[in-house]
Design a protein around this ligand. Structure first.
Ligand SMILES: Cc1cc2nc3c(=O)[nH]c(=O)nc-3n(C[C@H](O)[C@H](O)[C@H](O)COP(=O)(O)O)c2cc1C
Length: 367
């Protein structure tokens, strides 16, 4: 364990901001697992752009508004949540903590927060639904064979999931150099994930009975039409970042969009998601909800996205840092910190409820 980790808070409750959890996670994770989580692609320019672009926007407070009562609640597809923050699909969570996706589900349940479960999960959707107390939203990595997509979608629908977010930003492949570099430094093999022994594939319960390869590179917009035909679940597209694709998504019947670049893990030198959000919101023009993720680390970041028109804001790495260091307690503490920061920002801006946050609360910073 590194020197810092010996002095680091021993209790999740003693952490003051979410970035502190990054160090704590680094101290407990083996190199390969740390590298998998921390990785962007190439030189991590998209990953870093996501975080640094929040400074492109400044806040504009309104004074003398009654801010004595706050409410972070939102409603989406007829369901109510206590928070506009959701936990993004992140694969292989047992690589970060033995309780994996179940710890995340228990934390999300405790905080009445929406959870999106990854196709690359190390826990089944049925077990996550039990721990969460309600079926999660489900993230789809589309299998290469259409009949396997049908089988997976049916399983997810049978589990009661209300929404399916198809990730469309990895269909072309990627170059996760950091992950590879750390894996090469890792002499051992983790038996929690590689249950059949060193070098064997990670156990992925959602891919049982189907070919585990996914992301068909030949997929086009016609696949959205096909997906719509085989399920009653709401279909969201995760990984759009521009007005042209946003309009196509609406035209092809998508029920929602998640503006995302996979946390900088797909393509290099993309624009930050917070910079892409306004043009997507404008193109969609209120017809379907627009959600966003990528680089959110502070309550002010989340406020800016809500002011720019996001319906909800997704967290990726921050809750995984909490999970890595403290399991369920760590995820809960990360959510608590961001809820507290967001509530404070909302009060300071004179918008104590999410409904009252408007475009007028944010201005583009001078160049
Ligand atoms: C370790 C890791 C695994 C991920 N796995 C998935 C996944 O299985 N499916 C998916 O759609 N996105 C996946 N993502 C992307 C997240 O859903 C999300 O878009 C991104 O992490 C948000 O950026 P942030 O990490 O800066 O908050 C993953 C991200 C990380 C860090």
């Amino acid at each position: 364990m590194r020197a810092w980790a010996q002095q680091a808070p021993k209790n999740a409750k003693d952490f003051l901001d979410v970035m502190e959890f990054q160090e704590a996670a680094r101290a407990v994770l083996r190199p390969a697992h740390w590298g998998y989580m921390a990785s962007g692609v190439d030189d991590d320019l998209t990953l870093n752009a996501n975080m640094s672009a929040f400074k492109h926007y400044q806040l504009k407070p309104r004074r003398l508004v009654d801010v004595s009562k706050s409410d972070l609640g939102i409603e989406i597809f007829g369901a109510k949540w206590d928070s506009p923050i959701f936990v993004c699909p992140v694969g292989s969570q047992m690589a970060f903590h033995a309780d994996g996706e179940l710890a995340t589900a228990r934390a999300a349940r405790a905080k009445k927060t929406m959870q999106v479960l990854s196709t690359a999960s190390t826990t089944s959707v049925e077990n996550v639904a039990k721990a969460l107390g309600t079926p999660p939203w489900y993230q789809l990595y589309m299998p290469l064979k259409w009949e396997h997509t049908e089988k997976l979608v049916k399983r997810v629908e049978d589990a009661g999931c209300p929404a399916l977010a198809w990730t469309v930003d990895l269909l072309a492949g990627r170059n996760t150099e950091t992950a590879t570099r750390f894996r090469l430094q890792d002499a051992g093999e983790c038996m929690t994930c590689h249950v059949n022994g060193p070098g064997t594939p990670i156990h992925r319960p959602m891919l049982e009975g189907i070919d585990s390869r996914y992301n068909p590179p030949e997929a086009t917009w016609s696949y959205v039409d096909r997906l719509k035909k085989i399920t009653k679940m709401k279909i969201l597209l995760k990984g759009l970042d521009n007005s042209e694709d946003a309009k196509l998504a609406v035209n092809h019947g998508a029920d929602g969009i998640i503006v995302s670049n996979h946390g900088g893990r797909a393509a290099e030198t993309l624009r930050a998601t917070i910079d892409c959000l306004p043009e997507v919101v404008e193109a969609v023009n209120g017809r379907i909800p627009v959600l966003v993720d990528g680089g959110f680390r502070r309550g002010t970041d989340i406020f800016k996205a809500l002011a720019l028109g996001a319906k909800a804001v997704g967290l990726g790495r921050p809750y995984i840092w909490g999970l890595s260091a403290f399991g369920q307690d760590g995820v809960e503490r990360v959510l608590d910190i961001l809820h507290t920061e967001l509530t404070l920002t909302m009060r300071q801006m004179g918008a104590p409820t999410v409904r009252e946050i408007t475009r007028a609360h944010v201005v583009r910073a001078p160049a």
